[in-house]
Ligand binder design. Structure first.
Ligand code: C2O
Ligand code: CU
Length: 503
């Protein structure tokens, strides 16, 4: 069993703290009968009329770069994949083979890997057999807004015994995941998460394509999931860190591979709070996708961290002469490194498939982006108060006290996250991808998109982004306890053509 450090950084806190939920689970949906992602009625605030602004050739150049990098619309569907997900309590042989009471999709933790091909419509019927309301959020997938799974914002929560059908055509191929957006700190921790792989229209000849779901578990002395969620300790720290780490539910994950195999390995961090920095030693994998989206070129893994919500797709070649060896994959995020999983090489060598790794050479470079004015600033901090005793705040206010940020579809913006606290905050924006353009004021070149970026203590990160997807989207810390204690707000992307924002 991987016993690990649960507190990676020295604690700062003079913070008081305590417990509870995610979104206002029972708030009534404000979105009316919006099911298609289009505007219902137009009483929203007007966006700035782009025609009234002075021309800005640099910004417009950035917008054209983005337009070449990812599509604004989904492909016309070639077919449809119908899937069922039943969320229910159950017992599984997680971790070390003993029975563990979990909440699971289709009885499995991790939930099923849903695999569809780009161009297929995804139709998922969710049945809720949990004792709580729930929803499914498709993390990183640019879905029509009404399919985003956020109670009180895009849909009503699905009550116990209820059903809801999610229907969307993915716009991007890649590694995504799904999880509830109601009481996330409890429902995700109990085991409700799964992976959605959207395959490219044409597959690449990897020897194998694997998904590794990284999660950690805080178990009580009886070996079951500790039922104290969103504790004062979790809130004063980086959320809930468990003492047992699993890969695909197994604390001693060991995969056997053949010499010469070329593997596409998709890492997904579904932990509530834990961050990983996987080290593959001499295997030296290349990063080919971050948060589902292809990088401009293969990148060294060195320096990549996998915060809650993040995905990394790796291209790994098992050396042809390594039969009999075992490669350990070690987590080095905390002061106490530990083995996450092992690759045991055995059998006759296979020929290594030779092809260029997938990439997106059009990822914007946005040269000079860090010299542009900052359009929006989000200061991340904590304050006393609220039902937990501590609130995690954005610009001094917790969820429920904000005006949504209004952004115009297709317009490049520079967004600043300024972490004034000593804790970690992986900031996630629904429905859009962005690119890091500066860290602590220093321009950086990042040849890839993200949907979640980790802010270390007192760090400032600037991102550039061109929202293309209309709707009311959440922006929040993906440490689920921080989100539940307020670190969450809304970003509204209005339609440039119609000039209106979501109601
Ligand atoms: Cu995986 Cu609102 O997030
Ligand atoms: Cu946070």
């Amino acid at each position: 069993m991987a016993m690990t450090d649960t507190d990676p950084s020295p604690r700062p806190s003079r913070i008081l703290a305590l417990a509870l939920l995610f979104l206002p689970a029972l708030a009534h949906c404000r979105c009316g009968a919006d099911t298609g992602g289009g505007p219902t009625s137009p009483p929203g605030t007007e966006t700035t009329d782009p025609a009234a602004e002075p021309p800005d050739p640099i910004r417009e150049g950035f917008e054209r770069e983005l337009a070449a990098a990812y599509p604004s619309d989904a492909p016309t569907p070639t077919g449809s994949r119908e899937l069922e997900l039943r969320a229910a309590p159950g017992a599984t042989q997680q971790i070390d083979g003993r029975l563990l009471n979990v909440w699971a999709y289709n009885g499995q933790v991790p939930g099923p890997v849903l695999r569809v091909r780009l161009g297929e419509e995804v139709v998922v019927r969710l049945r809720n057999d949990l004792p709580q309301p729930t929803t499914i959020h498709w993390h990183g997938v640019r879905v029509p807004n009404a399919m985003d799974g956020v109670p009180g914002v895009t849909q009503d929560p699905v009550p116990p015994g209820g059903e809801f059908t999610y229907r969307f055509v993915p716009k991007d191929a890649g590694t995504f995941w799904f999880h509830p957006h109601v009481r996330g700190a409890e429902q995700v921790e109990r085991g409700l998460y799964g992976v959605l792989v959207v395959d490219d229209a044409e597959s690449l000849p990897y020897s194998r394509d694997e998904v590794w779901v990284l999660d950690d578990w805080r178990l009580a002395p009886d070996g079951q999931i500790d039922p104290r969620f969103v504790t004062r300790h979790d809130l004063a720290h980086d959320g809930r860190w468990g003492q047992t780490v699993t890969v695909n539910g197994d604390a001693a994950q060991r995969v056997s591979v053949r010499p010469g195999e070329r593997i596409r390995l998709r890492l997904v961090n579904t932990s509530n709070g834990r961050v990983y920095r996987p080290d593959f030693g001499s295997l030296d994998p290349k990063v080919i996708a971050v948060d589902g989206m292809y990088t401009a070129r293969p990148l060294p893994l060195e320096g990549f961290e996998l915060a809650p919500g993040n995905r990394l797709d790796l291209d790994i070649v098992i050396p042809a002469d390594s039969a009999g060896q075992t490669f350990a994959i070690t987590d080095r995020f905390t002061r106490r490194p530990f083995v996450l999983a092992q690759l045991a090489v055995a059998g006759e060598p296979v020929p290594t498939p030779s092809f260029d790794p997938p990439s997106n050479p059009n990822v914007p470079t946005w040269a000079g982006a860090a010299e542009r004015p900052v359009d929006e600033t989000y200061v991340l901090n904590a304050r006393r108060g609220g039902e937990h005793g501590i609130q995690w705040t954005i610009n001094g206010r917790p969820w429920g006290e904000h005006e949504a940020t209004q952004l115009a579809e297709g317009r490049w913006v520079r967004v600043r996250f300024e972490n004034r606290s000593a804790r970690l905050h992986p900031m996630h924006i629904h429905g859009q991808f962005f690119e890091v353009i500066a860290r602590n004021g220093e321009p950086v070149e990042t040849p890839h998109f993200r949907d979640t970026v980790l802010l270390h203590r007192r760090e400032t990160i600037d991102v550039g982004m061109v929202p293309l997807d209309w709707g009311r989207w959440m922006m929040h810390c993906h440490i689920l306890e921080h989100a539940e204690a307020g670190m969450m707000t809304e970003v509204h992307v209005g339609d440039r053509r119609r000039g209106s924002l979501p109601p």
